[in-house]
Write a protein that binds this ligand. Structure first.
Ligand code: UGA
Length: 441
């Protein structure tokens, strides 16, 4: 099947590559000429395990092409995906300007019936706006061409996106016409072999499904962070509590890890956007507000623990930070807890020596050159001249460090463990003071 995808960000690039990999003929469009040039030369602009060789192989096979030429790309697809960004605007609502710009482009160049699919995370009701935008352009041109607009949200996790795309646990299709349903079922047939994964529903339910999934996951995290804060105060260990509840299948083992707060390009933005949607529709989403508020304060929690340890001031301290990305296996720092902590440390007069296996380049871009930041080439290098160690991202290589070496290198012999990677007893046995999340015992 011929597929056109607008937007070569995480979602568009991964989706396009996976669709090409199962044999579809895919054209990805982006307005960023440098990015398109790079992709045509095998340069993948994001770090995503497994993606680069797949892009190269499918590009070489001619099934995956990249272009800035929107007009011819619209003509290519039997299915045209909109996978451009929906950043939050000032009040937290999703900003639809890029989605609607693509819709207008489609309307300006459409020559034959097509199924347009919203892949970006968009508020309930967006498919109607996309429909209206395309229809308005067709009217301007004085032509009548049949088209459908469907919603097909993605559930990709950064760091595991290729796997999620190739082996989805569900494929949600929100559509109102049989043409659209049949075409999307055919498109996804290669991913639907072993058992039925396709869930067909109306467009608005599909749009809401995406937000409900992310809001539920964010709620689990904020809930556990709240339990951790209670554990700290009552002298309990949240890691024991976690193990005590996870085996109940109604609760489950996933997404019950307390930490330094959730980040990334999705949870913070989607929780806010869903709350705004609720508000616009006359409902006060109190739970979502609380989920966000807990997360906001959680991002400042490690700094509070540091102030507590240092008696109110970290001025003049040099702090080693392991991990800057919002989670492991990505170089993405959007809404990462590290941004908050580093800002707090600098504000308080501390210097940071940071190491992240993938995000150094991104950190350089985000923070620029500054005297109070040294980006290091290894975890060990970050410890040199440091007074304290903070662990912010649970990269595998941080899981079992040589505590004796840390004890030697870190002048004040203290670890602030924002992901509960270590056992307090083991760290303390090495002569290092330990602070984790929710470890009050
Ligand atoms: C999330 C969802 O997991 C995907 O299903 C969804 O498709 C995607 O958003 C999206 O909307 O595009 P992602 O943002 O890549 O994926 O990251 P997650 O793996 O969900 O992690 C989000 C944040 O939660 C990270 O900062 C992570 O450290 C934190 N987290 C996660 C916790 O603090 N505790 C946990 O138990 C789990």
């Amino acid at each position: 099947m011929r597929v056109t995808i607008f937007g070569t960000g995480y979602v568009g690039l991964v989706t396009g590559t996976c669709l090409a990999d199962v044999g579809h003929d895919v054209i990805c469009v982006d307005i960023d000429a440098a990015k398109v040039d790079g992709l045509n030369n095998g340069i993948v602009p994001i770090y995503e395990p497994g993606l680069e060789p797949m892009v190269k192989a499918n590009h070489a096979a001619g099934r995956l092409r990249f272009t800035t030429d929107a007009a011819s790309a619209v003509g290519h697809g039997d299915v045209v995906f909109i996978a451009v960004g929906t950043p939050p605007d000032e009040d937290g609502s999703a900003d639809l300007q890029y989605v609607l710009a693509v819709a207008r482009t489609i309307g300006q160049h459409l020559e034959r019936p097509v199924v347009v699919v919203d892949k970006s995370t968009v508020p309930v009701g967006t498919a109607d706006k996309v429909t209206a935008a395309i229809a308005a352009e067709l009217t301007k041109r004085g032509v009548e061409i049949a088209f459908d607009v469907a919603s097909n949200p993605e559930f990709l996790k950064e760091g595991d996106a290729v796997n999620d795309c190739m082996r989805p646990d569900r494929i949600v299709i929100g559509a109102s016409s049989q043409v659209a349903i049949d075409r999307l079922k055919r498109l996804y047939a290669p991913f639907n072999r072993s058992h039925e994964r396709i869930v067909v529903m109306d467009v608005r339910s599909a749009e809401l499904t995406k937000y409900a999934a992310n809001a539920m996951l964010a709620t689990k995290i904020s809930f556990m962070n709240e339990m951790a804060n209670i554990a700290e105060r009552v002298g309990a260990d949240i890691e024991m509590v976690r193990q005590g509840i996870g085996s109940d299948p109604r609760i489950g083992w996933h997404f019950i890890y307390p930490g330094a707060g959730y980040g990334g390009s999705c949870f913070p933005k989607d929780v806010q956007a869903l709350a705004r949607t609720a508000h616009h529709n006359g409902y006060d989403a109190r739970l979502l507000g609380a989920v966000e508020a807990v997360n906001e304060s959680q991002k400042g929690h490690l700094f509070d623990l540091m102030l507590q340890h240092y008696g109110g001031s970290v001025a003049g301290k040099t702090v080693a930070v392991w991990g800057l990305a919002f989670k492991p296996n990505t170089d993405d720092m959007r809404e990462a807890s590290s941004r908050r902590l580093l800002a707090q440390l600098w504000e308080a007069g501390a210097t940071v020596r940071a190491y992240d296996p993938e995000a150094s380049h991104e950190a350089q871009r985000v923070f620029g050159e500054r005297e109070d930041l040294v980006l290091c080439d290894s975890a060990h290098a970050a410890l040199a001249d440091a007074d304290a160690l903070v662990v912010l991202t649970e990269w595998k290589q941080f899981r079992s460090p040589d505590f004796a070496r840390i004890r030697q290198a870190v002048a004040d012999s203290v670890i602030f463990d924002g992901r509960n990677l270590y056992h307090p007893d083991e760290v303390e046995a090495a002569g290092i003071a330990y602070y984790g999340i929710g470890r009050g015992r």
